[in-house]
Design a protein around this ligand. Structure first.
Ligand SMILES: *Cc1c(COP(=O)(O)O)cnc(C)c1O
Length: 439
């Protein structure tokens, strides 16, 4: 009897609703061993080869008696990960996507962002925040930042709203909560949907609500550099809104609609309907069962990871706060719980006698990892080539300019060892002292 015989179609389809698995290949026991070897590679320590041989034998024996995974994408694990996300974030709907750029694309479509519309976001973020609106010919309008948090400033946001504004996208940069009351008040006054880019904010909170679950949409990146990851790539999109949430599945997978059928077929294909009644075409942002498994496992550790990050940030604040000219991170209040995805290092260039670029060079020379990754988005070639005026935009975001070129950089906090953390804090103090002495 062949591996795939039996079942309700010509071949067994296992967990699949449709006979896709009749035409696809399975993973077998030797493939499973390769996955183990990939995740647990040889460290060079004595004994690896011997222990690997034991594992290989055990997996081969297991494969003799095991079944096969019959659903590798959008199956039970994805559903389980989404149920866990709804529980943890207190949201009504969660959609686990290939990555957060893909998750944001679904939200932008449901909000009807199209050519000629405007989307407001902070001038300091990552390109992913604006990739979809740029790709459809919508215009990005940059709001200036709050110099203490480097997050979107609600007062400047209000000034930048026009009748064409279709979406507002605050970013909890470095895991520090945005002033969401300020943002939501401006947005509600003008009837504009808000999406929280909480790529760095997973596990943080604002006024008792988890970051990412406050606005109309919100979500997280599970890329390997974020607070937790789903084996390299992944994203979660959240909403409490039934109109949006009921369309998440279609938005993720090409509009396939198993609640309807055309004649003699298994399903129908529905377009997405945006909030303005417009028709939007879904792309494919499906996530795999293995990604979902990674997410489920790491979500169990999330709160613990944030607690460790928080301690590390407190330590940095304690040491750096002693040195004149270093502006430490804003501490959490009763209303905010930062994830401390990155440590925001700011200086007062006048007191220090040098700017952040000079300080960063000194830190790099001392072997420190500066994360100079989040800067003015209007400085990139793609913006000039699309016709944005770099100089006008810089003039419209004076604090972004001032802070980026003179005052801030980001440092890592996790997973630094205690020794690395102590070294990092001392190195920052030393570098600042050198600048003060004109060295
Ligand atoms: C990482 C990141 C994203 C994109 O997430 P992906 O999962 O890589 O698509 C979006 N916004 C910010 C601020 C990020 O840092």
């Amino acid at each position: 009897m062949s591996e795939k015989s039996g079942g309700d179609f010509r071949y067994s389809v296992g967990e699949s609703k449709v006979p896709w698995h009749a035409v696809g290949e399975f993973f077998d026991g030797s493939d499973a061993l390769e996955v183990v070897k990939f995740l647990l590679p040889d460290s060079g320590k004595a004994g690896y080869d011997g222990k690997l041989a034991v594992a290989a034998e055990a997996i081969a024996a297991l494969a003799e008696v095991s079944g096969r995974a019959t659903k590798l994408t959008l199956g039970r694990k994805v559903a389980e990960a989404e149920a866990e996300a709804c529980r943890y974030f207190g949201s009504k709907y969660a959609c686990f996507t290939d990555n957060w750029t893909g998750g944001m694309e679904i939200a932008y479509k449901l909000a009807g962002v199209s050519a000629g519309d405007e989307v407001i976001m902070p001038a300091v973020t990552f390109i992913a925040t604006m990739a979809y609106p740029l790709s459809v010919g919508a215009k990005i309008v940059f709001a200036d930042i709050d110099p203490v948090t480097i997050n979107l400033d609600p007062a400047d946001l209000e000034k930048k709203i026009t009748p064409k504004t279709k979406m507002i996208v605050p970013v909890h940069l470095g895991g520090c909560p945005v002033d969401m009351d300020g943002v939501m008040e401006v947005a509600r006054k003008h009837g504009i949907p808000v999406m929280e880019d909480a790529a760095h904010g997973m596990g943080g909170a604002y006024k008792g609500k988890k970051l990412g679950s406050i606005a109309d949409f919100g979500g997280f990146s599970l890329h390997e550099v974020k607070n937790i990851n789903s084996l390299g790539e992944g994203g979660i999109l959240l909403t409490d809104n039934d109109f949006y949430g009921k369309q998440f599945a279609g938005g993720r997978f090409l509009g396939l609609d198993f609640t309807r059928k055309i004649k003699d077929w298994l399903y129908d294909i529905s377009p997405l309907m945006d909030k303005n009644g417009g028709i939007q075409v879904a792309q494919n942002h499906s996530s795999t069962e293995i990604q979902a498994l990674g997410l489920i496992l790491q979500m169990k550790r999330l709160d613990q990871i944030i607690a460790i990050r928080r301690q590390a940030a407190e330590y940095m604040n304690g040491v750096l706060g002693e040195e004149r000219g270093i502006l430490i991170e804003k501490s959490d209040t009763a209303d905010t719980y930062s994830t401390h995805h990155l440590y925001l290092l700011r200086i007062d260039p006048k007191t220090v006698g040098g700017n952040i670029q000079q300080l960063s060079a000194k830190l790099a020379a001392k072997g420190l990892t500066n994360i100079t990754h989040f800067g003015p988005m209007y400085r990139f070639k793609i913006m000039r080539d699309l016709g944005y005026n770099e100089h006008e935009l810089a003039a419209s975001c004076p604090r972004t300019e001032e802070m980026f070129y003179h005052s801030y950089t980001h440092l890592p906090l996790y997973p630094l060892t205690e020794e690395q953390l102590v070294y990092q804090a001392q190195a920052v103090v030393e570098a600042v002292r050198e600048l003060k002495q004109g060295k």
